[in-house]
Design a protein around this ligand. Structure first.
Ligand code: HAM
Length: 426
């Protein structure tokens, strides 16, 4: 019996889950600043959606999808990425018909890829991503990159590199594709079997091959930037101008090929150059995907977006030694001894919680001393003691654990008092 979590997945336990919450909250706030609204789509979709959008010849579709036949004999796939689902939803819900365009959306959720697990590469990972649909303005490309960079900067990361490329429009890519085939054909037999097929089906993918990456023909391969037509060249220049206007540094890498087929024009990745980040240095990636909406059955619509995994973001924070300001304390702990006190403790704890005060008590039958120790371990700011003597007078003692000050108060005044004290703290 295998009772361990499947390979490439992880449990996120208390102590770490607070970091996830913190980071997610920051990303939600950032999205709000850029006016991106949240979309939640299903975790599984019809397999065909990913075949058509991510692309039949990509590693993701060929080797990495969790695909199964459901009880209704449909081929279903756990989403390997978010863009396809967002585009599907955009079409299905006719978001293109809404007056305010572009439609700017963000998402946070689990994605699934059957990859060889290693540090920073999981089989279930969480992506934060944004998609802007319905504008062909290069300023939107720059906006998405600015948002992506600031997601990291806002958390304190500095060892970042924005790598940029243009894949041009269809005409430019066609010209480049022919040049690639001409270039690689003489070496065809030296390339891996996958690349031999790629050369026929999708030559650009050869540049992305992990096996053949050191083949001498790779370095001398024709650059897409030499094949951009006037329109694509101008688009690429405009994107760069907007990045410069925001003082966002970038480097151009003509070999940057993304692992998904839907891209054209802008393609980018953000890398970490922090020491100790590990072998995989890509933090996030994205690009423009004009034409994808039509592919999924919608009207002609431009789109651009990016996604990052939170796993790699948290790894980068660790590599740069950034501590997140996570609070690990409790507002209030109620200490009680005896049956009557216990009943009062239940009532008081309930009342405190109803007033929005974070409160806990003992449920393991500890003695008074043990309860105080527990309060200490939980970093309680206030301890309320329900002793026999106090209870006889319908009162309890409130102790400020930092100063050691304590005050005896009638039971009905406790909640108000603690709330006031805590309010003064903030
Ligand atoms: P992607 O480059 O396949 O693009 O993935 C984006 C990011 O997801 C990666 O840079 C990385 O942070 C994270 N990621 C991918 N695979 C794994 C994994 N196995 N384990 C941990 N993290 C991983 C996309 O998914 C596109 N949908 C991005 C996009 C949005 N393009 C336009 N809009």
């Amino acid at each position: 019996m295998n009772m361990r979590a499947p390979r490439g997945t992880q449990d996120i336990l208390p102590g770490i889950s607070e970091k996830w919450q913190y980071v997610e909250q920051k990303l939600i706030e950032l999205s709000r600043c850029y006016n991106y609204k949240e979309i939640r789509t299903p975790i599984f979709e019809h397999t065909e959606l990913f075949q058509r959008s991510v692309g039949d010849s990509t590693d993701i579709v060929q080797k990495e999808m969790y695909t199964f036949t459901d009880r209704g004999d449909r081929s279903i796939t756990l989403r390997p990425e978010g863009t396809a689902s967002v585009v599907r939803s955009f079409v299905q819900n006719k978001l293109f018909g809404q007056p305010s365009q572009p439609t700017k959306l963000f998402y946070i959720g689990p994605m699934f890829r059957y990859e060889r697990p290693q540090q920073g590469r999981m089989r279930q990972f969480v992506q934060f991503g944004v998609e802007a649909l319905g504008s062909n303005d290069p300023a939107v490309d720059a906006e998405v990159m600015a948002l992506a960079m600031n997601a990291y900067r806002g958390l304190g990361l500095t060892s970042l590199k924005l790598v940029l490329n243009s894949l041009g429009d269809r005409e430019s890519r066609e010209a480049h594709k022919n040049a690639l085939v001409e270039h690689f054909n003489p070496y065809k037999n030296e390339l891996c079997s996958d690349c031999q097929l790629r050369l026929e089906q999708n030559p650009l993918r050869v540049l992305d091959c992990k096996k053949d990456k050191d083949h001498p023909a790779m370095e001398s391969a024709p650059s897409i930037l030499d094949y951009l037509n006037d329109e694509s060249g101008k688009y690429f220049e405009d994107v760069q101008k907007h990045l410069q206007a925001m003082d966002i540094d970038y480097v151009i890498d003509a070999n940057l090929v993304r692992g998904l087929d839907y891209y054209n024009h802008t393609a980018f990745e953000i890398m970490s150059d922090a020491e100790g980040f590990g072998a995989i240095t890509t933090l996030s990636g994205g690009g423009r995907y004009n034409g994808l909406v039509e592919e999924v059955g919608g009207p002609e619509t431009s789109g651009i977006g990016f996604a990052m995994s939170l796993e790699r973001l948290l790894m980068a924070l660790e590599a740069e030694g950034i501590e997140l300001p996570i609070e690990d304390s409790l507002d209030c702990y109620v200490v009680a001894l005896g049956e009557k006190a216990e009943q009062e403790a239940v009532r008081l704890t309930y009342n405190l919680r109803n007033a929005g005060i974070q409160t806990d008590k003992d449920y393991t039958g500890k003695k008074m001393k043990g309860q105080f120790k527990a309060a200490d371990r939980l970093n309680a700011e206030y301890v309320i003691v329900l002793g026999e003597r106090e209870l006889e007078q319908n009162a309890a003692t409130v102790k400020n654990m930092a100063s050691g000050d304590q005050i005896e108060l009638p039971l009905e005044e406790i909640t108000k008092y603690v709330k006031q004290e805590l309010g003064g703290r903030e």
